[in-house]
Design a protein around this ligand. Structure first.
Ligand SMILES: [Zn+2]
Length: 362
């Protein structure tokens, strides 16, 4: 297979985001420029005395952002003069809302004081990149139901908490494509029929690293155990783990790599029992919806510029295999998604995976 040179250009997320990235070029340049020697020198007290020009520049940008009229009211309740911010979400918030944000945990919202806290460079960068309350709310409140009453400055703690959890933790008001609950399994065969010649022309939009961590309570296919291995199928591509002999709770920790074409369907996962004599028996299967991950990554842009944060969530539902909701997060500049799947078409078994999505359009 070969990759054509016509890779998509960023960002392919919601139009609303694309319009908000006016400062992108400047920001990227600033974030990537080497740090001045003063900032890199670890010896003595010089580091604290002489703050680099780049840092001051960043903090000035943050202040500038805070003083924009849209950021003069709390992103969640509209209280005037917010003094707090969620650095990873990119919103300025009031003290009351900041308390709720803090209770969500830093993996969802990293709360900092605009005036009191020391900000890391990537925290400032992610605030600037998201662009303030209007931009963030255009994402997180894109599909606020008509007539929905947002909390106001005097709302009760319960009301405030309910809204903030729905908005950021459950991400209920995101654009539907960013919060896909289930996937029609009829889509599964949609792209599988491509002929060999078409394969040569496929444009890949990214690489998916799938770490197959392990299985629990898998089905018995031999006398008293099974020799399981996992097969992943994406369109015409297949990848498989090694066989683990006689184990219903196997640990693989194997990473499988797949290229993801522009027209992708669900990732299919199958567990088989290796059989020396007969055809290998199916021990269960599951489908993984990649849209949540890929759309969320496209919407939020270069993960290398974002702090650790949740950017999407594939919700458990009756017609998908999830054991629990699966969050798409940025962790150390990478887009990751852990998930536990209940195997279908079998009597028992769960499988644990971790996906890493590497877009090729960054
Ligand atoms: Zn507030």
């Amino acid at each position: 297979m070969r990759r054509t040179c016509e890779l998509p250009t960023k960002p392919r997320g919601p139009a609303v985001l694309a319009t908000g990235l006016g400062g992108w070029g400047d920001l990227s340049a600033a974030a990537r420029s080497p740090q001045p020697v003063a900032a890199r020198t670890r010896s003595g007290g010089g580091r604290n005395r002489r703050r680099s020009g780049l840092r001051l520049d960043r903090m000035e940008k943050l202040k500038e952002l805070l003083h924009r009229s849209e950021n003069r009211i709390c992103a969640d309740c509209g209280a005037p003069d917010p003094k707090w911010a969620s650095a990873n979400i990119g919103v300025f918030i009031c003290v009351k809302c900041s308390g709720v944000h803090r209770s969500l945990g830093t993996h969802i919202s990293k709360v900092l004081s605009v005036t009191l806290d020391k900000w890391a460079d990537n925290e400032v960068d992610s605030m600037i990149e998201i662009g303030g309350n209007s931009q963030a709310n255009a994402i997180y409140e894109a599909f606020l139901p008509e007539g929905y009453q947002k909390p106001h400055p005097d709302s009760s703690q319960e009301e405030r908490e309910k809204f903030i959890r729905s908005k950021y933790e459950l991400q209920e008001f995101l654009k539907p494509s960013l919060r896909i609950v289930s996937h029609q399994s009829s889509d599964s065969g949609k792209h599988a029929g491509s002929s060999k010649s078409e394969i040569g022309m496929i444009e890949f939009i990214g690489i998916l690293n799938v770490k197959v961590i392990g299985g629990t309570n898998l089905a018995i296919r031999d006398m008293s155990s099974s020799d399981p291995y996992v097969v992943l199928t994406l369109g015409q591509q297949k990848a498989q783990t090694s066989v683990i002999k006689g184990n219903l709770n196997p640990v693989w920790n194997e990473e499988l790599k797949l290229s993801v074409p522009r027209e992708y369907g669900p990732l299919k996962l199958q567990v088989f029992d290796h059989d020396m004599v007969f055809k290998d028996d199916l021990m269960g299967e599951a489908e993984i919806d990649l849209q949540t991950t890929i759309n969320a990554a496209a919407a939020f842009g270069d993960p290398g510029l974002l702090g650790d944060m949740q950017i999407g969530r594939w919700l458990k539902s009756e017609d998908n295999a999830l054991v629990r909701d699966s969050a798409v997060v940025v962790a150390s500049g990478k887009v990751k998604q852990g998930m536990a799947l209940k195997l279908q078409h079998t009597e028992s078994g769960e499988l644990e995976l971790e996906l890493e999505w590497i877009p090729l359009n960054m």
